[in-house]
Design a protein around this ligand. Structure first.
Ligand code: NAP
Length: 288
């Protein structure tokens, strides 16, 4: 039997429609959600991502501003720009597109962003709040995965979730969000011995590795939910995930495709966090 498809584009559209309602409410209160995007250097993929993010903002009526700098920008100059943006009331979210040039320390940069505008959810304050199960900005890809499962009405509580990958932006926060929802979580990484022993025990398998065809039907428990975060190129240069889709769909119960799975959800959650930030700002203003 072939797995049911989890359609990320359709689910992203659903959440974008809900966001549209929140944005209209904010605008009725004279608040337009605003996102500042900082892009340093000329990494081709970064330029593409920034373009996609700004286009998504514009479609929903979120104001976005692009600050584009040459590779030669110093760390001090970048810190100065972020400090300026931290002070601007019409900017609710600040996004620094990664990776940054070698001479700029990404940790210093992330820590310069005000936690109240940390719409990527990378600041240690946001991470600390996530770990202690408080409301905060959650990292966009992990949050997108959770929202997908909520839309699909897939139960998380008590489920065994196996996460492949332990990066700070995907694997680690994804595991934490599942743990916060009462899943039992196992992390696997490049040093994990006998990966299949773990993947085969997953009720929900999340792969965030970056290796094409890492996971096939033989690695999946019958009927499991498979979430493919990977973005790779196959031998023909086509975009693909970590999961060998045609093989895996024979074992999985539900599966996300690549493209059209997690990707559209990630951008939607950036919009979600920006709107959330604008709402918080408005609520604080109304309390005063
Ligand atoms: P990353 O920082 O390179 O992390 C990759 C992780 O995979 C590391 O923890 C690594 O282990 C682990 N790993 C490597 N080989 C492995 C193996 N054979 N078995 C198990 N684990 C292995 O990557 P990332 O930023 O988390 O991104 C992961 C993938 O998701 C990439 O393809 C990226 O393009 C994609 N991505 C997609 C979206 C989206 O919106 N769809 C968003 C972000 C990222 P170690 O820690 O031991 O090195």
């Amino acid at each position: 039997m072939s797995a049911e498809l989890i359609d990320g584009r359709l689910i992203a559209d659903y959440y974008r429609e809900r966001l549209q309602e929140s944005i209209s409410e904010l605008k009725a209160n004279d608040v337009t959600p605003g996102l500042a995007v900082i892009l340093v250097g000329d990494n081709h993929a970064s330029h593409t991502y920034v373009k996609m993010k700004r286009k998504a903002c514009s479609k929903l009526g979120i104001h976005s501003e692009l600050y584009q700098f040459q590779e030669s920008l110093t760390q001090e100059e970048l810190v100065g720009k972020i400090e300026e943006l931290n002070e601007l009331d019409h900017i609710h979210g600040i996004l620094v597109q990664l990776p940054l040039p070698q001479h700029i320390n990404p940790i210093t940069i992330i820590e310069t962003i005000s936690p109240s505008k940390d719409v990527d959810g990378f600041h240690p304050v946001s991470i600390g709040k996530m770990v202690t199960n408080q409301d905060t900005f959650y990292s966009c890809t992990p949050l997108g995965i959770i929202k997908m499962l909520e839309y699909e009405k897939i139960d998380i509580k008590g489920k065994h979730v196996v996460i492949l990958g332990r990066s700070n932006i995907v694997g680690k926060p994804a595991g934490q969000l599942f743990l916060n929802r009462d899943a039992t979580v196992t992390y696997c990484h490049s040093k994990t011995a006998n990966l299949t022993d773990y993947t085969k025990k997953a009720d929900i398998l999340v792969s965030a590795v970056g290796k094409a065809k890492l996971i096939g039907a033989g690695d999946i428990k019958k009927g499991a939910v498979v979430i493919d975060v990977g973005m790779n190129r196959d031998e023909a240069g086509r975009l693909c995930g970590d999961v060998d889709f045609e093989s895996a769909r024979e074992a999985a119960g539900k599966i996300t495709p690549v493209p059209g799975g997690v990707g559209p959800m990630t951008i939607t959650m950036l919009l979600y966090n920006t709107v959330k930030s604008a709402r918080w700002q408005l609520e604080n203003r109304q309390k005063r």
